[in-house]
Design a protein around this ligand. Sequence first.
Ligand SMILES: NC(=O)c1ccc[n+]([C@@H]2O[C@H](COP(=O)([O-])OP(=O)(O)OC[C@H]3O[C@@H](n4cnc5c(N)ncnc54)[C@H](OP(=O)(O)O)[C@@H]3O)[C@@H](O)[C@H]2O)c1
Length: 336
Amino acid sequence: MQLTFVLSLFVFLLAPFAEAETAPAQMRALLMTGYGASDVLRVERVAVPTPASGEVRIRIHAASVNPIDWKIRSGKLQRNYSVDLPYIPGRDVAGTVDAIGAGVTRWKVGDAVFAVTSGGGLAEYVIAPADNIAAKPAKLSFEEAAGIPTASLAAWRTLITNGDIKRGQRVLIHGGAGGVGSTAVQLAHWRGAHVIATASERNHDYLKSIGADEVIDYRTTRFEDVVKDVDVVLDNVGGDTLQRSPAVLKEGGTLLTIVGMPPAQACSERKLRCPTPSTATKQKPGEELAQLGQLFDSGALQMSVEKVFPLEQAAQALDLSETGRARGKIVVRVLD
Ligand SMILES: NC(=O)c1ccc[n+]([C@@H]2O[C@H](COP(=O)([O-])OP(=O)(O)OC[C@H]3O[C@@H](n4cnc5c(N)ncnc54)[C@H](OP(=O)(O)O)[C@@H]3O)[C@@H](O)[C@H]2O)c1
C-alpha cells in the first residue's frame, strides 16, 4: 500500500508536464536588446517557454504595462534591478492556462486566469509560478483583468495590508488617477474612508466617479494649503510631494509611499507611522489577486483602461506610460 503511494507520487512528480495540443514552438514577443529609448525594443519570434515544476504556462490574451517596464528599458534601474538581455518586458497578464509544470494541481489547461510575473508578459506565452495566478474575474474582459496585478497589488498591500484603512478616516492619495492611484481611491472608498485625491483638472470628474470625496489640482494648488490633519497619506508620486506630505498628517498619522523612503526626521518629529515600503507579504500573490478579483467582480472596484495597443505597437505602450499622464491602465492586446 505504502509502496504504491510512493510510486504514484514518484510518477506524478516526474510526469511530463501537461499542455494544450496546439502550442507552437515559437511565439511573437517584444524583445529588449539593450538599454535606452524605445528603439531597443522590437517584436521578434522567440522560443515558447516550457514550465518547470510548480509553474504554469499562460497563453496571453492581454497584458498591461507599468512604469517599471520603461524604467527597466531606460537603464535607470540597472544598479538595483538588473535583467538578463535579451529581455521581454511586461509583468501583468490575463489569458488561458496552456501548460502545467510538474506538481501543479491548482490549475488545469484551459482555465481563464490573470497573473503577476517577473517579466516576459509582452508576448504570446509566459511562465508564471502557480502561486502568482488567480481565476480571471468573470465580469471583466481579459484586457481589464490584465490591468489589475502590479498596480492593484501595490494599492492593496499599501493601503489595506500596511495601512489598514478604516471607516471614517481621512485619506489623502497623491496621484489618484494613475494605475495604482485609481485602485487606491476605490479601495479607500470601499473601506468607508473620506478620500481626498490629487490629479490634474482633466481627471477630477473621473476621480469623483470612482469614489473621491474631494479633489485637488496639484498644478494650481499646493495640497498643504487646503488639507490638514488627515489620518493617512498614500504617496504614488514621490520626490517633493513625499517630502511635503508629513505636514498634512495629524500627529500619530500614517505616511505610506510606494516611490521612495519616508522622510525619517519628519516622521519622528511628528510621531508619524511611516512603514518602510515593502512588497513582503504573508499571503501568496495569487491569494491577494483572488481577493482583488472578487472586489472587481462584485463591482466594488472598476478597471479603467486608458488605451489598448496591439502587440506590434507594444513599445509605444511603454512610451505612453513614460509620459506619466495615463489615466488608469495601459493595455496591450495579444490575442484578438
Ligand atoms: N513599489 C511598488 O511596488 C510599486 C508598484 C507599482 C508602481 N510603483 C511606482 O509608483 C508610481 C505610480 O505608479 P502608477 O502605475 O500609478 O503610475 P502611472 O499610472 O503612470 O501614473 C500616472 C498618473 O500620475 C499622475 N501624476 C503625475 N504627476 C503627478 C503629481 N505631481 N501629482 C499627482 N498626480 C500626478 C497623472 O495624473 P495627471 O495626468 O492628472 O497629472 C497620471 O494619471 C510609479 O513611480 C511606479 O513606478 C511602485
